[in-house]
Design a protein around this ligand. Structure first.
Ligand code: PLP
Length: 378
């Protein structure tokens, strides 16, 4: 099955109990047992729910894994995955990782005795320098947020395998429509499904897919024990959104390519970050490991004042957190998504005060470019 077909027919496309062509919202917390412990696959909805199960089967197939799991948010999924680690373990993490992931690791897991080193995972040499005897896992985001830096998943997976590390990839930005990290050697994929997978800014959700049954069992144990599960209504909304993932991703990308080209030639723009630009330092890697470049662009407007001016003038780019939905959004990472990262560290990473991040929507391309043009004027 090719990926556009998988989005429609993958997982559990028809309700096995009724034949309904959309798996219904099984709004139930518990299930009748025919005798003690004798049930029809479901006992209690924290452990399992048919609507959630349909979603979990769908993401499992899309990512090409052994088990899919749906969580109440991307961070709940990331927290569950990192809970596979023990006190005393050490984890390597991409340096410009999502701010919320940075916060879990430095403020929550640190209190449980799990240590982390943030490292430029696009540089294998830097990884080799950072590994410690207690290192158990590598957590990579690629492309990163907001600088669109890439990690070579296949090369890094050879290195994690040689060193016995669990290799986790946050695939939120690319989605399985463009990139399937498990096929390149990762052990676990996580998503903020709130973004492209949902696609309509109407649901907060997280997904995880494991390459092996064994890891899937361990992660389900944590999911059930801790309880950060996705409710049936949100699971249903997510399935509905995911049916059009392919159409949306193609539209996001067509718009993003045109906008990146426009920004790159604009005199008021200091620098554009988009892997689809031929001079992006990792353009070749982007072409090799993914089928598309995605819909996220960051650009440096030069200063905080200039960035504020653009924000004040744009009409079709809504100032908001989040990304990946049909409507175009604009944000200032230094003051929003990445505000929880200390300023000094942000500057080191290149997340300057003048950096603007665009989540390019699926509106008309000419309207979007004209909007940016008028906002950059003067
Ligand atoms: C938004 C986001 C998260 C967190 O997901 P939530 O659904 O907001 O909890 C994690 N990783 C990346 C790359 C994100 O963009």
């Amino acid at each position: 099955m090719k990926r556009l077909t998988k989005l429609i027919h993958g997982g559990t496309p028809v309700d096995p109990h009724t034949g309904a062509v959309n798996v219904p919202i099984y709004q139930t917390s518990t299930y009748k047992q025919d005798d003690i412990g004798v049930h029809r696959g479901y006992e209690y909805s924290r452990t399992g729910n048919p609507t959630r199960h349909a979603l979990e089967e769908l993401i499992k197939e899309l990512e090409g894994g052994a088990r899919g799991l749906a969580f109440s948010s991307g961070l709940a999924a990331i927290h569950a995955v990192l809970s596979l680690l023990d006190s005393g373990d050490h984890v390597l993490v991409t340096d410009d990782v999502y701010g919320g992931t940075y916060r879990i690791i430095t403020r929550v897991l640190s209190r449980m005795g799990i240590e982390a080193t943030f490292v430029d995972t696009s540089d294998l040499h830097a990884l080799e320098q950072a590994i410690q005897p207690r290192t158990k896992a590598l957590f990579v985001e690629t492309p990163t947020n907001p600088l669109l830096k890439l990690t070579d998943i296949a090369a890094v997976s050879r290195w994690t395998k040689a060193n016995g590390l669990l290799f986790i990839v946050d695939n939120t930005f690319s989605t399985p429509y463009w990139q399937t990290p498990l096929a390149l050697g990762a052990d676990i994929v996580v998503h903020s499904a709130t973004k492209y997978l949902g696609g309509h800014s109407d649901v907060v959700a997280g997904l995880a897919v494991t390459a092996s049954e064994k890891l899937g069992e361990e992660l389900h144990y944590i999911q059930n024990a801790v309880g950060g599960v996705l409710g049936p209504h949100d699971a249903w909304l997510l399935i509905r959104g995911m049916k059009t993932l392919g159409l949306r991703m193609e539209a996001h990308e067509a718009n993003a390519r045109a906008i990146a080209g426009f920004l790159a030639s604009h005199p008021a723009v200091r620098r554009v970050y988009y892997p689809g630009l031929p001079w992006h330092p990792q353009h070749e890697l982007a072409r090799r490991q993914a089928l598309g470049f995605g819909g996220m662009i960051s650009f440096d407007a030069g200063s905080a004042e200039q960035a504020s001016k653009v924000l004040g003038k744009v009409r079709y780019f809504t100032l908001a957190e989040s990304l990946g939905a049909v409507e175009s959004l604009i944000s200032v990472p230094a003051r929003m998504t990445h505000a929880s990262i200390p300023k000094e560290r942000r500057e080191q990473l290149g997340i300057t005060d003048g950096l603007l991040r665009l989540s390019v929507g699926i509106e008309d391309q000419e309207d979007l470019i004209a909007d940016l043009e008028q906002s950059l004027e003067g």
